[in-house]
Design a protein around this ligand. Sequence first.
Ligand SMILES: [Zn+2]
Length: 109
Amino acid sequence: MILCECGEIIKDRTFKDYIKTSANPSTCTIGHQKCGFIFDFFDGKKPKKYSSRTELKCLAVCFAKKNKLEQNNIGKFLVEVDRLKSSGTLSDYDILLGAYIKLNEVQFV
Ligand SMILES: [Zn+2]
């Protein structure tokens, strides 16, 4: 499961592509069909943004909508995002994905 730069969790809507990395001029990778973002796993350019608490909240709401969380889960999701943000050191990416995984764990129990 990957979180795209556009804020959507990608499960299967990807395409194959080849990019230039420091290892190989044509390294096989994947992109997100919907927004066209291409991932660079080799050089590890994962989005590493650290937003303020307010910005993060907007991102989280947007993320919840994009990934079609149910209304009563959005609240839980936002609480979890807030909790992870309070722990201090996580990037936006880790927080959103962490909260999303946590939410699904709870649901599947
Ligand atoms: Zn995308």
